[in-house]
Design a protein around this ligand. Sequence first.
Ligand code: FES
Length: 118
Amino acid sequence: MSDNFVLACESHEIKAGEAKNVVVDGIEMTIFHTENGFVAHSGYCKHNAFKLELCEISGDIVRCPRHGWKYRISNGEGIKPAWTSLENYPVELRGEEIWVKPEAEESSNDFDTSAYDW
Ligand code: FES
């Protein structure tokens, strides 16, 4: 029986402190290599869809260079603004392989940003 995890990439493809976008089951997500292991979130900034792998990473914070939105990498919560968040995807490291479950664990962002002119 399948556990619904899908092979995303090899661990050596993402250096410590960096991130990589992958597409798993048609879902683009960003895998971050943190000091506590690998975590996966939605692949784009929630503001205007800038790829998170291209954003600035500093410790546990990823900052989108386009307009400055920030997220906490460890759990995906929004910092600036605080009302947004990234979807979190379960990750398992199996040997040298990173497996992800393409089912978001949560998203507290029900806010409709399309109504705003940022
Ligand atoms: S697209 Fe990321 S802050 Fe605007």
